[in-house]
Design a protein around this ligand. Sequence first.
Ligand code: ADP
Ligand code: ASP
Ligand code: MG
Length: 410
Amino acid sequence: MGLIVQKFGGSSVADADRLRNVARIITETYRRGHQVVAVLSAQGDTTDDLIAKAEEINPHASKREMDMLLSTGEQVSCALCAMAIEAMGYSVVSLTGWQAGVQTNSTYGNARIKRVMTERILSELDKRTIVIVTGFQGLNQQGDVTTLGRGGSDTSAVALAASLHADLCQIYTDVDGVYTADPRLVPEARKLAEITFDEMLELATLGAQVLHNRSVEMAKRYNVNLEVLSSFSGNPGTKVKEVVKGMEQSHISGIAKDKNIARLALVGLEDEPGIAFKVFSLLAKEKINVDIILQSIGREDKKDISFTVTKSDMEAATKILEENQAYIGFDHIDVNPNVAKVSIVGAGMINNPGVAASMFEALYSSGINIHMISTSEIKVSVLVDLADADRAVKVTHDKFYGQINAGGSI
Ligand code: ADP
Ligand code: ASP
Ligand code: MG
């Protein structure tokens, strides 16, 4: 008997039948004697639809009003789920982020959870009531609603699990767990029985949307017992933990793809000290995160610097650099939004020097050109043309996992 936080994503609560299915999972857990806090996302494509509605009215709406609007999606699914559970005869209450005590900073659209005041939830649990909490939202110090960034309901769930010292945090989604690649793109991808926090954090940050990367960061920090599983199949899922069995055996645990990036190149910079500092401090001042950086060797006293940013920062980055062309000193900027990053992740690769070469070989054999490369102890990322991205994931997956044993769990 324990306290279990269960999170259900958009497709798991998309319509009345699926909400009833979620209500069944929650009440079965409750009937086994556990205390249950369920965190729900908005139904189906609701958040996208709300964004489209806002764009129709005002494409430059303030982030505060966007959060006011987007937070409504989660309220609908939670109230409906509570109604389904009421109809089954159980004691249940749905709470908004602020009723549940989720306090955040004021970065509208991408707020960070500062703390969760758990009194209300605990008093409901004490009464043996099932608690349903809206994901993705909280309240800032000014008393305004904030949202946590796309996919943020996972982070709401982990924050509640950490604050309530839950015994388990289950992330229910529309696939059976974490796979070696997106199973929708690579049908041969294999389900991982376990994955480390560090590898999962890399995969999530590098584009595997199955978990919000901040949820993994938080789960690692507070050592939350985390599991990803399907709300549809009832199959065992993937456990995300500090150390996994057989970690030494496989060199890579997964492949991720990120299409949400753009490449900027400053061409014809002076080949002298201080240039990189000028460029990247200007971007940092605008709070623009830079990812892969490549500097060419100087020729005839000139050099180039290329780097990637998220697509949403592309315009702002170009603008600030153009405004400072004379201060930095370059010939021109080349901007390319048609790129994608494909990455392999694995704690085992640090002691296996051939891993990066195998990836490059797979891409070369398929005629895929690599524009940039970046490596760390547990990942190798390459920048390729957007049009090549899906194929790059498939051929890389094939190289490491082959066609044999397709669909098996590892
Ligand atoms: P939810 O609405 O439940 O939060 P998401 O759409 O955010 O679900 O995340 C689940 C999706 O993540 C899957 O449908 C799958 O297409 C995608 N995905 C990407 N990479 C992976 C991976 N390595 N393992 C599992 N799913 C992945
Ligand atoms: N509804 C939000 C989104 O679509 C949050 C979430 O689903 O996690 O991004
Ligand atoms: Mg999600």
